[in-house]
Design a protein around this ligand. Structure first.
Ligand SMILES: Cc1cc2nc3c(=O)[nH]c(=O)nc-3n(C[C@H](O)[C@H](O)[C@H](O)COP(=O)(O)OP(=O)(O)OC[C@H]3O[C@@H](n4cnc5c(N)ncnc54)[C@H](O)[C@@H]3O)c2cc1C
Length: 239
């Protein structure tokens, strides 16, 4: 999977701080924004987030390009209703290569992998035969596996990203969306370090799990989360 931050609001941390300050100031919005540029209002942003004043975080938005994600995971992703999505269409784009994401549990078992690969290729061959018979691609695609690769562009604001990271970096989320969230968070932390310093699942943010069915293996901190999942991702790639 490849994730790239295509665009984001310039200086997101300072825009969010300026938006928050307007609540308590009679200075013009333009002047407030200029004052904030290049300044790191760490305390203000952290206090805002901790006290639940989250609306200023909606002013900064982040647009990602994602390639090589399975349709299983894009289906989970689009449940996040406050995000905007544009996804490659299997109606208009003919699938010209067998591209299925292999879960690590299958990739690490030779017998399971052989079976998975055979069935994926058989489904793809059937797809091609149906298209050759004149069946529209939009109908032939019904035979393709759920794990078929897709690509999409998605936009979320910083508030929604926090919510997404909370749910999808948790070990209770599935491995592929967790990997997507980890890669997105890495990009967000470069673009808006203060805003995303407090992001992550409840074990990382608060030191305790808020899930009704805990995973039993909480992350110790953000470094642990980033390092653990990176190690897992490398293993997945190697397999
Ligand atoms: C580990 C895990 C397992 C899951 N398992 C299942 C499952 O088995 N089956 C299943 O169907 N889903 C499942 N989901 C998906 C889950 O139920 C949510 O649909 C998904 O996580 C998006 O969350 P959300 O609705 O909070 O987020 P968003 O849609 O991103 O919304 C963000 C927030 O905006 C507010 N909001 C948005 N829309 C409305 C609205 N219409 N009314 C009121 N407030 C709104 C809410 O506060 C919401 O939390 C699972 C998710 C996770 C993380």
């Amino acid at each position: 999977m490849e994730v790239c931050l295509l665009e984001h609001t310039p200086e997101p941390d300072s825009l969010i701080a300026a938006a928050a300050r307007i609540c308590y100031s009679d200075v013009a919005a333009r002047d407030l924004r200029e004052r904030e540029v290049g300044r790191l209002s760490v305390r203000l942003l952290k206090d805002l987030w901790r006290s639940g004043h989250h609306s200023p975080f909606e002013h900064a938005s982040f647009t990602f390009g994602v390639d090589g994600l399975s349709r299983v995971t894009s289906h989970q992703l689009v449940r996040h209703r406050l995000a905007s999505f544009s996804q490659q269409s299997q109606r208009y784009v003919k699938m010209d290569r067998a591209e299925v994401v292999t879960p690590p549990s299958i990739a690490s078992d030779v017998e399971a992998y052989t079976l998975f690969r055979e069935q994926s290729l058989a489904a793809y061959e059937t797809y091609k035969s149906l298209v050759a018979m004149g069946i529209p691609a939009e109908d032939a695609r019904f035979i393709l596996p759920h794990g078929w690769e897709t690509r999409l562009v998605l936009t979320m604001n910083a508030r929604e990203l926090h919510h997404f990271f909370d749910l999808r970096l948790c070990r209770r989320a599935q491995w592929e969306i967790r990997e997507l969230a980890r890669l997105m968070l890495g990009e967000c932390r470069k673009a808006a370090p203060v805003t995303f310093d407090l992001a992550g699942p409840s074990c990382v943010r608060t030191g305790r799990c808020l899930e009704s069915r805990p995973c039993g293996d909480p992350y110790k901190n953000m470094e642990d989360l980033l390092a653990t999942d990176k190690k897992q991702a490398n293993q997945n790639q190697a397999e």
